[in-house]
Design a protein around this ligand. Structure first.
Ligand code: ARG
Length: 457
């Protein structure tokens, strides 16, 4: 394909170098944004008298038809073009001749690419936020069914204190609300328009950058044209937010994998979200959760690639920056794939409350409550803690649990114990009495559910 810059050169680009240099294979997905940016630019050029109104109409009309043809598939993308910006401009000129050549007045591909990627990411971020909403709804629906389903809470993966399944699920709910906030916040900072920065120094034409910014739905314009074309902070910020979402999905996946194992059996995943083994007939594997966990590394890699591309890069545009797109597109595609399958997997998984309760009944999960019981009867907490430690050691030796220990035995350790101790260390009591804000008690769970519901409104 002939090059826009061929006047300066006496020889064509080597064909392999040309392929290497080209980005159309991955940036053609931004065709809508590219055409949208060009339409706004042409309208502004006419409004400022830089090109004639008739020329602008012709350009805008044809860009509309090119968009339609790309959408319908009538116009295939020509992968011989260097990138989507060159392709659209070349197609325009092919269709309307010299008038098409006026479009590139007072702009550069550097600001085009900076605009297009912002517009593209703004749309994708909105999609991802919507998908996170769906995930939060799935979490809420499970949490509402299990406000009083008791399970062991863990620290160090050792049974620690009884909690409810809703409480555990809502912890993930909180993470995903923060993720949405993080993405929203990054988009807010990104939503300023670099169009009109031109190559780097601005332009000699009397342009109206506010006009194009407004037409494209930006909140304002970038104030420094060098920064306008050099900045990819928003890619780093969004990638970091996406990597954090993946980290949360990965922690959730890990727990789902554990819970679905025979050792735990706290949940049963729906058949639609598990796979069998080619050799072991009994197997039901949590592949979907495992893959989500596995794909997290990829998205971390995309973030690292982006940071590394920008490290030490002098101002303004350098071709290195073409690498921004593959990293962030891969992160978006990967995250979206995960967010398609994850919510229905959560929605359809079946909790097994009896197994959760059984697991909670072992492991001295109510030992803290036993110590609190003595403290409320007047012992200093540290003394109570020590006595309970001795009782636990005794139970382990006798292969029994706190609930089954006779009152006389309790009283041998500490005469303050009375019959009411059993009521106090019953698991339901332990959960109900966790009345502190944010705790596992029912009132707090209701507050957490209401918070997420409100967040979704
Ligand atoms: N394909 C390029 C990119 O994605 C567009 C900008 C090229 N600008 C230039 N001066 N070579 O970054």
């Amino acid at each position: 394909m002939s090059k826009m810059w061929e006047g300066r050169f006496s020889k064509a680009l080597d064909s392999q170098a040309d392929d290497f240099n080209s980005s159309i294979h991955f940036d053609s997905r931004m065709f809508r944004q590219d055409i949208g940016g060009s339409v706004a630019h042409a309208a502004m050029l006419a409004a400022k008298g830089i090109i004639g109104a008739e020329d602008a109409d012709m350009i805008i009309g044809e860009l509309g038809r090119i968009l339609q043809d790309l959408e319908s598939g009538a116009l295939p993308v020509d992968f011989a073009a260097e990138d989507i910006h060159m392709f659209v401009e070349a197609e325009l000129t092919k269709r309307i001749g010299d008038v098409g050549k006026k479009l590139h007045t007072a702009r550069s591909r550097n600001d085009q690419v900076a605009v297009d990627i912002r517009l593209y990411l703004r749309d994708e971020a909105a999609d991802i936020i919507q998908m996170l909403h769906t995930l939060l709804e799935a979490i809420l629906s499970q949490a509402k069914q299990h406000k009083q389903t008791i399970m062991p809470g863990y620290t160090h993966l050792q049974r620690a204190q009884p909690i409810t399944f809703a409480h555990h699920l809502l912890a993930y709910g909180m993470m995903f609300t923060r993720d949405i906030d993080r993405i929203t916040d990054a988009v807010k900072r990104m939503n300023v328009c670099p169009l009109g920065s031109c190559a780097l120094a601005g332009t000699t034409y009397d342009t109206d950058r506010e006009m194009t910014a407004k037409a494209l739905g930006f909140d304002g314009i970038t104030l420094n044209s060098i920064d306008g074309v050099s900045d990819r902070d928003f890619c780093v910020e969004l990638l970091s937010a996406f990597a954090t979402v993946m980290m949360h999905l990965s922690r959730f996946s890990e727990e789902i994998i554990l819970w679905a194992s025979w050792e735990f059996k706290f949940i049963e995943l729906d058949d639609a979200y598990t796979t069998g083994s080619s050799i072991m007939p009994q197997k039901k594997n949590p592949d979907i959760a495992e893959l989500v966990r596995g794909k997290t590394g990829r998205v971390y890699g995309d973030l690292m690639a982006m940071l590394t591309v920008l490290k030490g890069l002098p101002l303004a545009y350098n071709k290195d920056m073409q690498e921004d797109k593959e990293a962030i597109f891969d992160a978006i595609d990967t995250l979206k794939q995960c967010l398609i399958v994850f919510p229905p997997m959560i929605q359809t998984m079946k909790a097994l409350p009896n197994n959760m309760l059984q697991a909670a009944q072992k492991g001295f999960i109510n030992a803290t409550d036993l110590a609190d019981y003595l403290t409320k009867k007047g012992l200093p907490f540290r003394s109570a803690y020590k006595i309970v430690g001795q009782i636990v050691a005794y139970c382990i030796e006798k292969n029994t649990v706190l609930e089954a220990l006779p009152l006389e035995t309790y009283q041998q350790f500490e005469p303050t114990f009375e019959q009411d101790v059993y009521e106090e260390i019953a698991l339901t009591t332990c959960v109900e009495k966790r009345i502190s804000a944010g705790g596992t008690g029912l009132a707090s769970i209701e507050v957490q559910i209401a918070y997420v519901e409100n967040f979704l409104k």
